[in-house]
Design a protein around this ligand. Structure first.
Ligand code: F6R
Length: 591
């Protein structure tokens, strides 16, 4: 959830490099930012609340002198969002500074113990204990950094990755259930939460294993396990395209990523990595489970309905945060489809770990092939949709759906057809729906500025899209939104509807159409404002967004686009930043 970076090299001064890296990884957390550099034997820290560009402008972070350093963007877990809690954290004597990502579960005990030994704490974070532990063990070991790191890690419980800078010129990091990657160029070494932190300088990387500790000293790096044995990890060449993340002509990444869907749509279908093996696992399985969080859960929900309706394959879908409680019910010969854009979501990794313990096979759908989830899986397929910088998932959702359609098509013996001409047609139709951008912006601008509640109705395979649309509105525009299975309205939610409600009905002409029209009429008679998403106009709609006609099973792919655009324009109308919704982070690496 936070991003951490360490830099040791001859490229330049450390500060501008660190600031640039943090801008690339800001999606991971953006409450506050800070860097520490080593200059003439002194560690200098500069940090403050806000996004990287704001804090840099105010404090001139990038002018901090020094050749090596560390940096951090924070997503607060322990302690409020203020300058003191921003990272890096110093040890008492300021000869060590630390940046941390994750949670130290036993920080309270450690803090009490260290305070009793005389350590002075300056923040309310769990992270600061790491700096004091390092200080304690470096004193005991007479500045032996390897021993210091091992002893410190032995004392920490939880899932964490941290990077520390020592005033003797050494940078060291540890990875325990949070990502940490070494970037290696002839000129510099990096330690980073994401390859985006160093991809501008090098594509050569080493993905550390859990329990690995690394020391960067001058041009050299040494990796050892938590017992101190030197270990070798394979060198990976990361695709440069992962770093191509400019906004282009768009005002925000989110809008750019929504519009990119015409081109990203087909990419997962062309990437054949392991797809046949992936499907074989599913074909042989007696039980299929699907898991994911947030948007990835919503795509899993649609996957379950598509598998059942079109491939006659039964599956169970669980939110990853809930799945752990049911892992003991997993029967032999089960396969879990784990869906995660980042491949680093702690809830997903934890539930997959528990499922693996029961003997289940794991097949995953990820955007990042080097992610922890991909590496834990028996087989994986990739979304191949490029980096998604906007915190709200948009194009990755679409790509997840396309992979799920491909799976259903394979398992249904092509009943769900994804033939070349149909896909070309789908691509044209998606462009057509994206062409509604202006119309949707005008519609949103015409709505009352004080909307409190938006409901989205859909039945059958449109229901997961109603859920996903409402998630987008909540996170981008901070408006209460609820996706409701239209038939359930009369069983309770109808009581919420009044003249101030805005209700979007997902209503293409298929087997659900007439029932949804009835629900819309019931709502209309309570005075709500109704926006119809359909390929057929109806007088019950106060506003109408026309969807093109497609094969019934493909409507979800089309329907989500107007909902993404509506959410984006609701955020713009409210003057909030759609790329970085408050309180959220792109990669949720805490449980
Ligand atoms: C919503 C959103 C989140 C993520 C969720 C899982 O727009 O982005 O709900 O979908 O945190 O993330 P991944 O897919 O990376 O596991």
């Amino acid at each position: 959830m936070c991003s951490i970076i360490g830099y040791s090299g001859k490229l330049n001064l450390a500060a501008p490099l660190l600031v640039d890296s943090l801008k690339k990884m800001e999606y991971r957390g953006y409450d506050s930012v800070g860097i520490a550099t080593l200059n003439n034997g002194n560690i200098m820290v500069s940090k403050g609340v806000g996004k990287v560009a704001e804090v840099d402008k105010e404090l001139n972070l990038n002018r901090l002198p020094g050749q090596i350093g560390i940096g951090h963007t924070r997503w607060a877990t322990h302690g409020g969002v203020n300058d003191k809690n921003a990272h890096p954290h110093y040890s008492c004597t300021s000869n060590i500074a630390v940046v941390h990502n994750g949670i130290i579960e036993n920080y309270h005990e450690l803090k009490t113990e260290l305070a009793n030994e005389g350590h002075i704490f300056k923040s309310q974070t769990d992270s600061e204990v790491i700096a004091h532990l390092l200080e304690k063990y470096s004193r005991i070991s007479n500045n032996d950094i390897k021993k210091t790191m091992i002893e410190t890690c032995k004392n920490l419980k939880g899932s964490f990755a941290f990077v520390a800078v020592f005033d003797n010129g050494i940078i060291s990091g540890a990875r325990f259930d949070e990502p940490l990657i070494i970037g290696i160029s002839s000129q510099a070494l990096f330690l980073s939460s994401d390859v985006l932190g160093f991809l501008k300088h090098t594509d050569k990387s080493i993905f550390l294993d859990n329990g690995d500790i690394v020391i960067l000293e001058n041009d050299n790096y040494t990796i050892f396990d938590d017992s101190g044995n030197v270990v070798q990890r394979p060198l990976t060449q990361v695709a440069w395209e992962l770093g191509s993340s400019e906004k282009g002509k768009f005002a925000h990444y989110t809008l750019k990523e929504i519009h990119e869907q015409t081109s990203t749509l087909l990419k997962p279908l062309n990437d054949s990595n392991d797809f046949a093996t992936f499907c074989e696992y599913l074909q042989r399985a007696s039980n299929i489970y699907i898991t994911g969080s947030g948007t990835s859960y919503n795509s899993g929900l649609l996957g379950k309905l598509l598998l059942s309706k079109y491939a006659r394959k039964k599956s169970e879908v669980y939110m990853s945060s809930e799945f752990q409680y049911f892992s003991d019910t997993i029967e032999p010969n089960s396969v879990v489809i784990a869906i995660s854009q980042s491949g680093e979501t702690a809830d997903v990794l934890h539930s997959v770990k528990k499922a693996k313990e029961t003997g289940a096979k794991i097949v995953s759908i990820v955007n990042i092939p080097t992610s922890s989830l991909a590496r834990m899986s028996d087989s994986y397929v990739t979304l191949n949709c490029g980096p998604e910088i906007g915190v709200a998932a948009t194009k990755s959702f679409m790509s997840q759906l396309m992979i799920l359609y491909k799976i259903v098509s394979t398992l249904s013996n092509q009943y769900v057809s994804l033939e070349g001409s149909e896909l070309k047609n789908l691509q044209n139709l998606i462009s057509k729906v994206l062409g509604l951008d202006d119309k949707i912006r005008n519609l949103i601008n015409s709505l009352d500025s004080n909307i409190k509640d938006i409901y989205i109705l859909g039945r059958s395979i449109h229901y997961p899209i109603a859920l996903e649309g409402s998630l987008k509105i909540k996170e981008l525009a901070y408006i209460h939104a609820e996706g409701i299975a239209a038939g359930e309205l009369k069983h309770g939610p109808l009581a919420l509807i009044d003249q101030e409600s805005v209700v979007i009905v997902i209503n293409p002409v298929d087997e659900t159409h007439l029932d949804v029209i009835s629900s819309a009429n019931e709502i209309k008679s309570r005075g709500a404002y109704i926006i119809g998403l359909s390929n057929l106009r109806n007088e019950v709609y106060d506003a109408f967004i026309e969807l093109p006609k497609v094969a019934d099973y493909l409507y979800p792919v089309i329907e989500i686009i107007p909902l993404q655009l509506m959410s984006y324009y609701l955020a713009i109308k409210k003057q909030v930043d759609p790329d970085y919704p408050r309180n959220l982070a792109k990669s949720v690496t805490v449980k």
